[in-house]
Design a protein around this ligand. Structure first.
Ligand SMILES: O=P(O)(O)OC[C@H]1O[C@H](O[C@H]2O[C@H](CO)[C@@H](O)[C@H](O)[C@H]2O)[C@H](O)[C@@H](O)[C@@H]1O
Length: 358
């Protein structure tokens, strides 16, 4: 048994609060207005912990994001890694025990979590079965999509009005347009801490789009408060050129920084706001801040999801689940191999909640 599973069992014994009632989690809706996220995001991010790509070989970082490099980067074999990050499906009972008597709040990343990674970002659709699974979860627990995509785009993929959406890596958060118990309606922008960066982001979008035209397969995606420079379809011998071009453009914009995802370089404002802040903000908005009877579950596959996993580790509540087929350095405590397993996990969660005696 792993440390995590042992911890889960201990938690189950100490749990005291009454279980959540299906469909009742919006009882206090609309959510309490959380602290002003603009103030919270003031100042530059902590470069030592933010995953921001500093000077040095951007090319090496880009190579390290391909799965064949990931295992050696951790230096651990698969078995050892799985022992430390057990499958949330195989240890499902442990997860349930840890959440027993607590209000689950579900946070879901989109690409690589709810939809498989595909070559064309515009084709990353979600299956109807996955949509049903997410819909089911949202009927039982407050549920948010937290994505690097712009909010409108991720909404157009997910198409569920009863969810919270945190687009642009959490820099654009909006409440549900429909709630699952149909008692209340809220269609409110809750948080946009980076609005003053919009002109500069759009300027860089134009410049980079023009520059990337000469690199076959490169693509710049406009995610409103941030940009994605995709290199999945670029031949590896052109990655260095792409990296140099991106660096050269960004040298003129000290207020922006660079992080990396899965075959993508992300450009975003250098403010103290990431998916971890979005998670904290949403918990606070829902009135759950500082409550020990709340159990956030965050499922994601990317470097940018690590900020949310870290928050959960730091507050010592809930669990982070990394979606991956190969060992990776992570602050998540559990793992799932692919979106199909995420769907299975969500279904099981709904089923177990539906059959639970309240
Ligand atoms: O936070 P996420 O929802 O995971 O978004 C992160 C980025 O995801 C998308 O790119 C990734 O998925 C694409 C489609 O499968 C794939 O082609 C690409 O290589 C991946 O990096 C999205 O296009 C980006 O804008 C997001 O920032």
């Amino acid at each position: 048994m792993t440390n995590h599973a042992a911890f889960a069992a201990e938690d189950a014994v100490t749990a005291v609060a009454a279980p959540a009632q299906p469909g009742r989690h919006f009882a206090s809706f609309p959510p309490r207005r959380a602290r002003d996220c603009r103030k919270a995001a003031l100042g530059r991010m902590d470069l030592s912990t933010s995953g921001v790509l500093m000077a040095g070989s951007l090319l090496e970082t880009m190579k390290a994001s391909s799965p064949r490099h990931a295992m050696s980067a951790v230096g651990a074999d698969h078995e050892e890694w799985i022992e430390n990050h057990p499958s949330a499906l195989e240890w499902f009972e442990g997860v349930l025990a840890a959440a027993e008597g607590k209000q689950i709040v579900m946070f879901l990343d989109y690409d690589g979590t709810l939809s498989p990674i595909v070559k064309d970002p515009d084709s990353a659709v979600m299956t109807e079965e996955m949509r049903d699974a997410v819909r089911g979860v949202a009927q039982h627990f407050p549920t948010a999509i937290v994505s690097g995509r712009c909010r409108d785009k991720v909404f157009n993929f997910v198409k569920l009005e009863e969810l919270y959406y945190a687009g642009s890596h959490g820099m654009d958060i909006k409440g549900p347009t429909k709630v699952s118990n149909h008692k209340a309606k809220a269609d409110e922008i809750l948080c946009q801490p980076a609005t003053e960066f919009l002109p500069v982001i759009q300027e860089v979008y134009k410049t980079l789009t023009a520059k990337m035209k000469s690199i076959h397969g490169a693509m710049v995606e406009n995610n409103k408060f941030c940009l994605s420079v995709h290199f999945r379809n670029v031949e590896e011998d052109k990655w260095d050129t792409l990296a140099r071009e991106v660096r050269a453009v960004l040298d003129g914009y000290k207020e922006l920084c660079l992080t990396k995802g899965r075959k993508v370089l992300e450009i975003r404002p250098s403010i103290k706001w990431d998916k971890g802040n979005a998670l904290e903000f949403l918990l606070e908005s829902l009135g759950y801040e500082g409550r020990s009877d709340v159990f956030p579950i965050y499922i994601g596959d990317d470097r940018t999801d690590e900020d949310a996993f870290k928050v959960l580790r730091n507050i010592g509540q809930g669990i982070g689940i990394l979606v991956t087929k190969s060992p990776k350095e992570t602050s998540a405590s559990y793992s799932l191999r692919e979106p199909a397993e995420v769907k299975e996990f969500l279904r099981k969660l709904v089923k177990s909640n539906g059959t639970k005696k309240d």
